[in-house]
Design a protein around this ligand. Structure first.
Ligand code: GAR
Length: 196
């Protein structure tokens, strides 16, 4: 069984999909803890599934490094096999990445390397492209630059808003995330030598 820690900042709808999947005894991973960098509404999903949770508020620390050390201390206590950044809207400091890499993955609402960063959906719309996508990557020290584990195209439709487009991307992200976590658990994806 793969023990997964999930980090969020927001509504955690993708986290919820993963929690629902892990309720299936045939699924080879379970969520051991959910963490957030703020009082995120998505922490309620952890409570709904009786999963432990914690919050390490970014604004309570004077530097990103101090926040990262407090976050790492929480994570260490749960000894996760994998850390999933599922809408964590903060860059992990390098010392946290180096402590847990290569066992950190991130979901992103664009077809990387297109439109990295905090506004992947908005940036795709602003660029006027007719297709964007969803990606799951391994986390490195860059901004959405790590090795790709899975990705899929999503069409941009006439009249799309950031909200409508994101709402169509998220189900694709969920499907890819659930599949990637399963493949990591079964050894089909080897994070020490990641391949798509
Ligand atoms: C997801 O689309 C995730 O890929 C994105 O935030 C959303 C979280 O949704 N992450 C990023 O943009 C990271 N750069 P959720 O809170 O409803 O799961």
């Amino acid at each position: 069984m793969l023990n997964v820690a999930v980090l969020i900042s927001g509504t955690g709808s993708n986290l919820r999909a993963l929690l629902e999947q892990t309720a299936d005894p045939a699924y080879p991973a379970r969520v051991v803890v959910v963490g957030a960098d703020r009082d995120a509404p998505g922490l309620q999903h952890a409570a709904d599934f009786s999963a432990p949770s914690f919050s390490v508020p970014y604004t309570a620390f004077s530097t990103r490094e101090e926040w990262g050390e407090a976050l790492a201390e929480q994570l260490r206590a749960w000894e996760p096999d994998l850390i999933v950044l599922s809408g964590l809207m903060r860059l992990l400091p390098p010392q946290v990445v180096s402590e847990f890499a290569p066992r950190i993955i991130n979901t992103h609402p664009a077809y990387l390397p297109e439109f990295p960063g905090a506004h992947g959906v908005r940036d795709a719309l602003a660029a006027g492209v007719d297709q964007t996508g969803a990606s799951i990557i391994q986390v490195d020290d860059g901004v959405d630059t790590g090795p790709l584990l899975a990705q899929e195209r999503v069409a941009v439709l006439p009249g799309d808003t950031e909200e409508s487009l994101h709402a169509r991307i998220k189900p694709v992200e969920r499907r890819l995330l659930i599949d990637v976590v399963r493949r990591i658990a079964t050894g089909d994806i080897d994070l020490t030598g990641a391949r798509a």
